[in-house]
Design a protein around this ligand. Structure first.
Ligand code: RUQ
Ligand code: CUA
Ligand code: CA
Length: 648
């Protein structure tokens, strides 16, 4: 290829690519039987309001200098992103898209020794033999703790869809400090922190985390009702954000998917795509024209728990209240409210003013706008029909999934099938729903590449939404990056939403397979650069305490690190010893981390400045083993070793 050819291919209009893509996507869907759900939204009837779509390579692409973060300068935002089935959480800087860190959560991680050190195993939970109970996880949704309706910079919570666990990450060290396994659920998908207490006005910060289970299972799942899916049920769980213990669960009809929480603390909700009770096959899950967005009255649920109107399931002690339709017919006492929403909705997001929830149709080309006050009115018995809480349902495009908001009353929804982001105005949508023919809800569209899943705006999940950026996490990258084999990089596309037209800033590649992110202003996050040695009960506080301490077969090796040496040049063990190595890093300098790897014993971990970690293993192979520092720390890093001698 000559440079001319390359230039030619660089400037190719990507209309052709998109055509190919949409055809492929629709063929794929009809092959999957999904076309039945799409009859109402085929290409011809797709709404065309607003600007026509334009290939991003030409119109809609921004002049890039404005967004560049020059060498040595810092990004303005953090983007915290779930890793998907890699089980971790990633941190990016925005607008640059620079990847800064992967926080190991449910995965094993060699870099820091997550799943290897005793401290991380205690958080992950272990089997009787001391190995981690699970080594897989699937992180989908990340949300931080709030105070006064915005992030307080304390904690971040993330779910594990595979094993039904919720993890907490402390934001000062950006490390996972607790993991809770939720009983009696499968497919824990959506999660959201609460923003204040529904009753006590002095609690204006996060104390709960709501968790939605997507898959219905027999309850308890102990071999009963295997062949009777009509008995399969799903639970909505509230976890205490401090203790990380489940506080209560709600037995529901249908399933949970994504979760949102209100700014006044009164309601939590989840979209439901499987209201077809007993449906276990996807074609059956599309039988109903209307599914639902299910609201939970938090204060009433907690009163019911206090009053003991609860049951338990299997060996779990978590109190369960009944949120099924039949038990909640009287709105004045109901714990739950099922608001009908067209066909298999996906994604529910609350606007930064706290007034509206946008719940997307997925198989309907609409987003439903539910008014918060009207749901409360229904719970007061003053709204005849729960469906009347829907105040707008604009047609926005094909395959709408997730919605982000700016601070000017606009919503930005990802359109999976159209491979677009659609910008629509909430007030205009409400007017149009009331019959105002002049109101045009859709104000702009932009192509993304390709098939976006989640999209999120800067600070958009807080009262401090600033309307500057929208990030589109796309599910397919196809031709956007250098090919790296059948498994492609994923693409995130940053869009400037500060003006009337959306402008594509850039693509940044992300490793598979992110689901959700939040974009947080950098001043909110206050991290520590070194640990406090006193926080570690096992800390070897003085290098003079180093040594080998034997108690029968149990041997403790205490040592310290200080560049470029470990406090023990060698230590002697005997074959058969049960060894615990405790290592404290005495370096106090920012960024001065040491590693500790033991060949043939499968041990590798790091200690950050002033941090203590420990590992336990059986000395079953006699010989000489050079324990060496794995993390570059000093000009004599390669020389930084300790000789482990195991006598036969
Ligand atoms: S879901 S692409 Cu796991 Cu967040 Cu909607
Ligand atoms: Cu210590 Cu490298
Ligand atoms: Ca359905």
């Amino acid at each position: 290829m000559t440079q001319d050819d390359i230039n030619k291919s660089d400037t190719q209009p990507d209309l052709g690519r998109r055509k190919f893509l949409n055809t492929a996507a629709l063929v794929g869907l009809s092959g999957a039987g999904l076309s039945v759900g799409l009859t109402a939204c085929n290409k011809e009837s797709a709404p065309t309001a607003g600007a026509p779509s334009a290939p991003a390579a030409q119109a809609g692409a921004a002049a890039h200098g404005k967004y560049e973060v020059p060498p040595g300068q810092l990004d303005e935002y953090y983007s915290f992103s779930s890793g998907g089935h890699s089980g971790d959480v990633r941190i990016y800087g925005l607008p640059s898209g620079r990847q800064l860190k992967s926080i190991p959560v449910f995965n094993m991680d060699n870099l820091v020794g997550w799943g290897i050190t005793n401290e991380s195993k205690a958080i992950l939970g272990t089997k009787p033999d001391g190995t981690p109970k699970y080594t897989t996880g699937d992180t989908h949704h990340v949300h931080q703790s709030y105070a006064d309706g915005t992030y307080d910079g304390k904690y971040m919570f993330v779910n594990d869809k595979i094993h039904g666990r919720l993890a907490r990450i402390r934001m000062d060290t950006m490390e996972c400090d607790k993991i809770t396994e939720i009983p009696n659920i499968q497919g824990f998908h959506g999660t959201f922190t609460d923003k204040r207490d529904p009753v006590d006005p002095s609690i204006n910060h996060t104390t709960r985390v709501f968790c939605g289970a997507e898959f219905a299972i027999p309850l308890p799942n102990d071999g009963r009702d295997l062949d009777d899916p009509s008995k399969y049920k799903s639970l909505f769980t509230c976890v205490d954000s401090n203790t990380m213990e489940p506080r209560w669960q709600v037995l529901i009809d249908g399933n949970c998917d994504l979760v949102a929480s209100s700014y006044d603390g009164k309601l939590a909700c989840t979209n439901q795509y499987n209201t077809e009770s007993g449906a276990v096959h996807y074609e059956d899950m599309m039988a109903n024209e209307m599914d639902a967005c299910l609201f939970f009255n938090v204060a009433r649920i907690e009163e019911a728990v206090k009053a003991g109107k609860t049951s338990t399931i299997g060996s779990s002690k978590v109190p369960v209240v009944d949120g099924r339709r039949d038990s909640n017919k009287d709105p004045k006492t109901a714990l739950t409210c099922y608001v009908p929403i067209p066909k298999n909705p996906h994604g529910v997001n609350i606007s930064p003013d706290g007034k509206y929830y946008a719940c997307s149709g997925k198989l309907s080309p609409t987003a439903s706008v539910i008014e918060h006050e009207l749901v409360l009115k229904w719970f007061d018995g003053d709204l005849a029909n729960a469906r009347d809480a829907v105040v707008a349902e604009p047609e926005i495009g094909l395959g709408p999934l997730h919605t982000g908001f700016d601070n000017r009353g606009n919503a930005y929804t990802t359109l999976f099938l159209d491979s677009q982001i659609v910008k629509w105005n909430v007030d205009a949508a409400i007017k149009s729903f009331k019959g105002d023919k002049d109101a045009k809800p859709v104000v702009d569209r932009i192509d993304v590449h390709y098939q976006p899943g989640h999209g999120f705006t800067s600070m958009g999940e807080t009262r401090e939404a600033d309307g500057r950026f929208f990030n589109s996490d796309n599910k397919f990258s196809k031709d956007r990056f250098l090919p790296v084999g059948p498994l492609h990089a994923e693409t995130a596309q940053l869009i400037d939403i500060s003006g009337d037209k959306m402008l594509l800033v850039h693509d940044h590649s992300v490793l598979s397979e992110p689901h959700d992110s939040i974009i947080v202003r950098r001043d909110i996050i206050k991290t520590r650069q070194i640990y406090d040695m006193d926080e570690f009960p096992l800390a070897v506080k003085d290098p003079a305490e180093s040594g080998v301490f034997r108690n029968g077969k149990k041997v403790t090796v205490k040592l310290t690190s200080q560049a470029p040496a470990f406090s023990l040049r060698e230590f002697k063990l005997k074959k058969g010893d049960e060894v615990t190595i405790i290592l404290t890093n005495h370096d106090k300098i920012e960024d001065l981390t040491h590693g500790f790897a033991i060949p043939k014993y499968d041990i590798n971990f790091i200690v950050n400045p002033q941090e203590t970690k420990s590992v336990t293993f059986k000395a079953d192979k006699p010989g000489v083993y050079w324990c060496y520092c794995t993390h570059f720390c000093h000009a004599l890093h390669l020389e930084m070793r300790s000789r482990m001698i195991i006598e036969a």
